[in-house]
Design a binder for this molecule. Structure first.
Ligand SMILES: NC(=O)c1ccc[n+]([C@@H]2O[C@H](COP(=O)([O-])OP(=O)(O)OC[C@H]3O[C@@H](n4cnc5c(N)ncnc54)[C@H](OP(=O)(O)O)[C@@H]3O)[C@@H](O)[C@H]2O)c1
Length: 329
């Protein structure tokens, strides 16, 4: 496995592959985490609003209690939910994540999205419109104020590194300029159809590591958003895993299409977090450190970039979100 050293005086290292867990629930995610730890993963990516932190916490705690490893050997990323994206809500949501994950600190805590939604009366979930599908938008959230409270949590030892997700270049730059503790990581959608080279370059200049989410193209995302938000206005892309170039390279290197797509991002020093709840695919996705792609093959994969046309996660399934002042795309 490879590691990427994060900015900051402590020189924390993030494993360049982590297990993605979005949409994995209950026993599926519990077993997936145990399988992944067994295979050699040491980095788990979750979020408050994936609703699976408690199962992940159970799996991690079981792994540690069986003396198979220690908390220090693990890297846990979780995220401040978009309905808690305000300075006054950071501590509450961080505390909930710490309790569910059964840990005293989070390795990497991200602001999940630059925009925000209002909280419901219980203060733990989003306030819904009458249709019960649309979340009520909070147009007034201040990401710099949120960041300042995140910095305080680092100073208290509750978080090791802080970062951003789904922020664009100018939004990252604003946080960077205002920060005492600079963002260590930016997590964004990244795969062969959406390569985001300008954003990567900007992050390099700010010494911010980049994590690519949906590295396999998130094959089930459109279906999920259609069911959950009744949103069907998607630019549905052809499957990356069955793309001809990817398939040909898989044959050439005697690897799976998934391994080719993940290796392509690794070659650019991007951290990858493929999700799987299938033991065979969890193992397969981890076996990407025993080969390199030749430069001409990297060029073939680079040529698959569709720029903005390749984006799946534009968040327009949150109705009206493009009117938010911090909508990033
Ligand atoms: N920050 C954000 O806003 C954000 C947004 C989206 C995702 N994320 C994070 O990034 C992670 C990855 O993104 P993602 O889950 O959207 O998409 P992804 O990792 O690109 O794709 C996951 C899908 O591909 C399947 N799969 C996994 N390995 C495979 C392989 N080797 N061959 C064929 N199919 C394979 C999985 O099914 P099986 O489970 O059946 O294997 C699952 O349906 C998430 O889980 C989450 O942790 C973050």
């Amino acid at each position: 496995m490879q590691w990427v050293t994060l900015s900051g005086p402590q020189g924390y290292k993030i494993p360049s592959i982590g297990l993605g867990t979005w949409k994995a629930k209950d026993d599926d995610v519990y077993n997936a985490v145990l399988t992944a730890l067994d295979v050699g993963y040491r980095h788990i990516d979750t979020a408050s609003n994936y609703g699976n932190e408690d199962q992940i916490g159970r799996a991690i705690s079981k792994w540690i209690s069986q003396d198979q490893g220690s908390r220090e050997n693990l890297f846990i990323t979780t995220k401040l939910p978009n309905y808690g994206n305000r300075a006054e809500d950071v501590q509450k949501f961080l505390k909930m994540s710490l309790e569910k994950l059964q840990t005293h600190y989070i390795d990497l805590y991200l602001i999940h999205m630059p925009f925000a939604f209002r909280l419901n009366s219980s203060g733990t979930g989003p306030l819904m419109e009458k249709d019960n599908i649309t979340m009520v938008i909070d147009y007034d959230n201040d990401n710099i104020a949120t960041w300042k409270v995140m910095e305080q949590q680092v100073k208290k030892g509750l978080i090791r590194s802080i970062g951003l997700s789904n922020f664009n270049i100018s939004q990252v730059q604003k946080i960077y300029d205002a920060a005492e503790i600079k963002p260590a990581v930016l997590q964004v959608e990244m795969h062969a159809y959406l390569q985001q080279n300008e954003l990567i370059d900007a992050c390099r200049r700010m010494n911010i590591a980049v994590t690519g989410y949906a590295p396999l193209g998130s094959p089930q995302a459109a279906q999920h958003f259609s069911t959950k938000y009744q949103y069907n206005n998607f630019n549905v892309l052809p499957s990356l895993l069955t793309n001809q170039v990817v398939q040909e390279l898989a044959k050439k290197y005697n690897k799976s299409p998934g391994q080719i797509l993940l290796r392509h991002l690794l070659e650019k020093n991007i951290i990858v977090i493929p999700k799987s709840a299938n033991p065979k695919r969890i193992e397969d996705n981890f076996k990407i450190f025993d080969f390199n792609l030749a430069i001409e093959d990297i060029k073939k994969l680079n040529a698959l970039d569709r720029k903005e046309e390749g984006r799946t996660f534009d968040f327009r399934f949150f109705r009206g979100i493009e009117k938010h002042p911090h909508y990033p795309f």
